[in-house]
Design a protein around this ligand. Sequence first.
Ligand code: MN
Length: 293
Amino acid sequence: MATKKIEIVVSPRPAHFVGDGFRVHNFIPGIPGLDMKRMDPFIMLDYNSKFHFNGSDRPRGVGVHPHRGFETVTIAYSGKVEHHDSAGGGGIIGEGDVQWMTAAKGVLHKEYHETEWAKEGGIFQMVQLWVNLPAKDKMSCPKYQAIENAAMEKVDLGENGYVEVIAGEYNGHKGPASTFTPLHMMNAKLKTGGKAEFNFPAHFNTAALVIEGSIIINGEETAKSDHFVLFKNEGETFTIEAKEEEDAVVLIISGEPINEPIYPHGPFVMNSREEIMQAFEDFNTGKFGYLED
Ligand code: MN
C-alpha cells in the first residue's frame, strides 16, 4: 500500500468566541482548501485550544439555537460541557468524553460549561465537529449519544502509547459511536517518541489535529500543537510519531465523502436552497420543538 502524503499543514487562525463560552479556531470550512466539500462528511471543525476561563456563577456557553441536516460531535479534552436539546437529549461530558448529537430533521439545543466546573473555572479545551448526513437521513429523528471515555476501546500499542477509538475502527477495534456513513474518528495518545500507523481508503477525506505535543508525520514533516494536517486523497497509510520532548495527543478523522450537493446556511446544512427555506419556515413555526433558555 502506498503512503498517504500531506497536502497542507495549517496553523490556527485567530480565535473568535462562539457565545461566551467557546473560544475557537475555525479550520473547516474557513481555511482555504478546507471547505465543506473538501472535507465532506466533516463539514465544520471548531477547535477551542487550551484557554483558561475564570470562575463564574453563570455558566458560559451558547444559548438556545437550532440545527438541521447533520450531527454535532463535541470532544472534551479539558473542562466539562453540559448540553440540553428539545428532543430530550442532554447530559454532562467531562475530560476524555464525547457527545454525539444527531440533529437530523431538527433540534433546538444549548451548550454550556457544566455548572460546578464553571464556578471553579480552569483550562478548557475541546473540539466541535459537524458531521454531514446523507440526503436520505437528513430528515430522520434526532438522537443523542453520550460516549464516556471508559466506553471507548483503547488499542494498546505498548511503549508507543495507545489509540482510543471514538467511531469507526482502528486495527479491527471498533469505536462505540454509531454513524450514518463510513467514517473513523480516534485519538492517538502517544508517549514521547511513540509511533502509530494508520490506514484508510485513499478516497476518504483524512486529517489530523494536534491536540498536545508535536508530531512527525511519515518520518518527514513536523506539525506542532494546535496545527491541522490535511492528507491527500492518494495512498492509504501514514505514520504519526510523537517528538522526543513530550507526549502527544492527536485527533484523527477519516470519512467517505457523501458526494451530494451541500447547501449550508447558518445552523442548517441541506442539499438545496429550497430545503434551507423549508428549514427556516419549520423553525419559525415551532417545528423544532421547545427548549427553555
Ligand atoms: Mn450547536
